[in-house]
Design a protein around this ligand. Structure first.
Ligand code: FAD
Length: 418
């Protein structure tokens, strides 16, 4: 892991087989638990593979979550294949480069061109998008599949994975309603309750020691300031690296909004997309960052806070009875330091849909789930581990290791700009 590569190398090794639109000769009754980005993508791929899919989501509405997300080419190449090129082009921003800066002086220490060279090298563009737009896009997509039924306000409280029990595998909702299924996909996120049934482990996700503040500011405020205008006019992903902290910033929504993700030592936040953070505390935590960052933070009216959790790689994603499987953060939560959590969940969905477009008998289900695990688990594990490694690289204290990191990045930047 050469430090110069940091998060700029998009992990495209072992890319999954693309979902190819084949329809299964046997239509299964599938329940997916969780309509996050992973569950929605799986509803689309499994629905289009010819299955009847009930997608259960505890939230009463898929609302506006105030944060941006990066969509790297390993995900966009699938989204484009699924017909989302126009939707992406209209709501996402394609950054022209990634720039790494020193936190206190703002000195540029690393630079890699993205934009057209990235799209050419990886076969698809890199995008920055608002999460709400991404969710809405995948929800619309899932609903294009004929057999997909989305049920909001439906919370699963228990799962019965044994196919030999009368009625077969089932989930039970908090209302007492029981839904039977040939296959249950647990896409219920980092705090997955179904994960415990699959692995038999009664452990919780691991706090990583870091937390994130997230905030969005209108770019018209930035355009009025000559020092901030370039961040909008030439959209880039900018990362300011500091001891124990870093700040990621990029444009979303047609360059109308600027998304800030401020990573810092955890001081007792919770895992939630909606917990309010204190703007004053956030500004105090980043007071030693360069003046342009102070200006950006002065525009922040409200922030959200998120404790960052991950999990040691699991040894299995498939329940021994072979009818219950994990997908997305439910099996591989990771630090967002390679911006890969949702991308890997979307890849999971592509692989699961592709495999289940080949099913012709119920007896094949366990083998197909194990094939899914074999294809996905090693890649997810490598990505979880490299995301953890980036925590150390981004957050090096000022000193010899930090100088070596910055020196390597400067050398790579010189070669890039040569
Ligand atoms: P979730 O999105 O957590 O969805 C799980 C769903 O299940 C939820 O809607 C929940 O309500 C529902 N649910 C849970 N339990 C039940 C139940 N019992 N019954 C019914 N429904 C239930 N990834 C990237 O690819 N790029 C990035 O740039 C990026 N940036 C990130 C920045 C931050 C600060 C964080 C924290 C994460 C970031 N990620 C990023 C990671 C990404 O957000 C996650 O990996 C992704 O959202 C996981 O999707 P999921 O569908 O697996 O889980």
């Amino acid at each position: 892991h050469a430090p110069a590569k940091l998060a700029t190398d998009v992990p495209l090794e072992n890319v999954p087989p693309l979902y190819d639109g084949r329809r299964a000769s046997l239509s299964l009754n599938i329940v997916i638990v969780g309509a996050g980005l992973g569950g929605l993508a799986a509803a689309f791929t499994l629905g289009h593979a010819g299955h009847r899919v009930t997608l259960l989501e505890s939230a009463p509405a898929l609302g506006d979550v105030g944060a941006g997300i990066q969509v790297s080419p390993n995900a966009t190449r699938l989204l484009l294949r699924w017909g989302l090129s126009r939707a992406l082009a209209s709501s996402a921003v394609e950054p022209e480069a990634i720039t790494f800066r020193r936190y206190d002086t703002g000195e540029r220490v690393g630079y890699t061109r993205w934009g057209a060279p990235m799209a050419k090298e990886h076969g698809a563009p890199y995008y920055h998008i608002h999460r709400a737009d991404y969710h809405a896009m995948l929800l619309r997509l899932a609903r294009t599949a004929p057999g997909v039924h989305v049920r909001l306000g439906a919370t699963v409280k228990g799962v019965q994975p044994d196919p030999t029990v009368k009625g077969g595998p089932s989930v039970t909702l908090t209302t007492g309603e029981v839904l039977h299924a040939d296959l249950i996909v647990a896409a219920d996120g980092v705090k997955s309750s179904l994960q415990k049934t699959v692995t038999g482990l009664d452990d919780a996700p691991t706090p990583t020691g870091d937390a994130a503040y997230r905030a969005i500011i209108p770019t018209d405020l930035m355009l009025q300031d000559p020092e901030l205008r370039p961040f909008v006019e030439t959209p880039e992903m900018t990362a300011w690296m500091a001891p124990g902290r870093h700040l990621m910033a990029y444009c979303i929504r047609g360059k109308k909004e600027y998304n800030l993700v401020l990573l810092h030592p955890d001081d007792g936040s919770v895992e939630s997309w909606t917990e309010e953070g204190s703007g004053e505390k956030m500004r105090a935590d980043f007071a030693d960052f360069e003046p342009r960052v102070q200006k950006l933070l002065s525009f922040v009216k409200s922030t959200l806070k998120w404790r960052l959790m991950d999990r040691k790689p699991l040894s299995t994603w498939v329940h021994p009875h072979g009818r219950l499987v994990l997908l997305g953060d439910a099996c591989h939560p990771m630090l967002p330091y390679r911006a890969q959590g949702a991308a890997i969940a979307v890849e999971d969905a592509a692989v699961l849909g592709s495999l289940f477009s080949r099913v012709s008998s119920l007896t094949q289900v366990p083998a197909l789930l194990h094939a899914y695990q074999d294809l996905r688990l090693p890649r997810a594990t490598v990505t979880q581990e490299s995301s953890r490694l980036n925590q150390k690289i981004f957050h090096l204290p000022d000193g010899p290791a930090q100088r070596a990191r910055d020196g390597a990045m400067r050398a790579a930047m010189a070669a890039e700009l040569d």
